[in-house]
Design a protein around this ligand. Structure first.
Ligand code: GTP
Ligand code: MG
Length: 315
């Protein structure tokens, strides 16, 4: 069964979703990964996989690399399959190995009060939307939430977050003190403490991982958060647009160097043929994928479930 929001949030009572809801998301995930899956399975369709056939292994490697799984992770998957001796049904064997590669399911760290979540990523990857959806789910699970608009780059960005805050029933903290993103992050935590809120989520402006000055600005936001509240930020979520494939891996690497990313939200899996990058992020960077986005709607975000993801991608 899919990972539920309750489990992801660490709730003790997790009987919060109907099986139908979870199945509904699985079929959306499967539809979303259709392009990625077809890219892989078309290559692999050739009859039964013959582990003794050198060319069959080569076709498999090529297919995985074409799906943006990346060279090191492809090599690891192939190594694990070979170690099995008997591969059997290839899709099933591959999805089992892929699910294992993702490791233990991870939760969102919400123990602290307030728990501070910093959200970072390249322009347009889906940061603000993901925050909106997440805030909504947190509210549904009884958490009080503050959203901080540390994206002070564009006035529209602040409005966009404020609309999500209203919709979710979350408090909103904007840039009353001018355009300093670190000051907004500070104010949001201050407000969360003063009002005794459970979670503060800080939105930031999109930036390219190659823009040194903007990456330094982000590191400063993080430092200010750290100094204001010990242990914060408890999560630093990097939002990666799945359609960017291997470039997303590079983003994860460089954002990680600036702000200690603790998890990835992989968005826009609908419309991407590069869903295999999730495996590369998990294996090459050892970063947990925590959330997946499969559309623009409020219910199009879910906690990442390795087994579901691997099944939807590979079988
Ligand atoms: N198809 C699809 N669209 C998405 C998904 N997540 C976000 N989007 C869309 O992507 C676009 C950009 O989303 P935003 O949330 O504004 O992205 P952002 O990272 O905050 O952008 P900046 O603040 O400008 O850097 C919007 O049109 C969203 O609706 C997803 O999972 N699937
Ligand atoms: Mg934004």
């Amino acid at each position: 069964m899919a990972r539920s929001w309750g489990e992801f949030f660490g709730d003790t009572d997790t009987a919060d979703e109907s099986a139908a809801d979870q199945e509904g998301f699985f079929s959306r995930l499967r539809d979303s990964l259709g392009k990625s899956r077809r890219a892989l399975t078309d290559q692999l369709a050739a009859a039964a996989f013959d582990a003794g056939d050198e060319e069959a292994w080569e076709r498999l490697e090529e297919a995985l690399i074409a799906a943006d799984v990346g060279v090191p992770t492809t090599a690891e998957l192939v190594r694990r399959l070979e170690a099995r001796g008997e591969v059997g049904e290839l899709g099933a064997a591959l999805s089992q190995e892929a699910a294992q590669l993702f490791g233990e399911p991870s939760s969102l760290r919400l123990d602290a009060r307030p728990a501070v979540i910093l959200v970072v990523g390249v322009n347009g990857t889906g940061k603000t939307t993901t925050i909106g959806k997440l805030a909504q789910k947190l509210r549904e699970h009884g958490r009080s939430v503050i959203l901080g608009a540390a994206d002070t780059f564009r006035a529209a960005a602040e409005e966009q977050l404020e609309i999500w805050a209203k919709r979710a029933g979350a408090d909103f903290v904007g840039s009353e003190r001018g355009g300093d993103p670190a000051a907004v992050a500070y104010d949001a935590i201050e407000a969360a403490i003063a009002r005794d809120r459970d979670v503060a989520i800080v939105d930031t402006a999109g930036r390219l991982h190659t823009q040194t000055n903007l990456m330094e600005e982000l590191a400063k936001v993080r430092r200010v958060i750290e100094r204001r509240l010990e242990g914060a930020p408890h999560e630093t979520l990097l939002v990666v647009d799945a359609t960017t494939g291997q470039n997303g891996l590079q983003q994860a690497r460089l954002f990680g160097e600036s702000v200690e990313v603790t998890g990835v939200a992989l968005t826009k899996l609908d419309g991407s043929a590069k869903g295999g990058v999730a495996l590369a992020i998990a294996h090459e960077l050892g970063l947990p994928v925590k959330l997946v986005g499969v559309g623009e709607g409020i219910d199009d975000l879910r906690p990442f479930d390795a087994r579901d993801f691997a099944t939807a991608l590979l079988t």
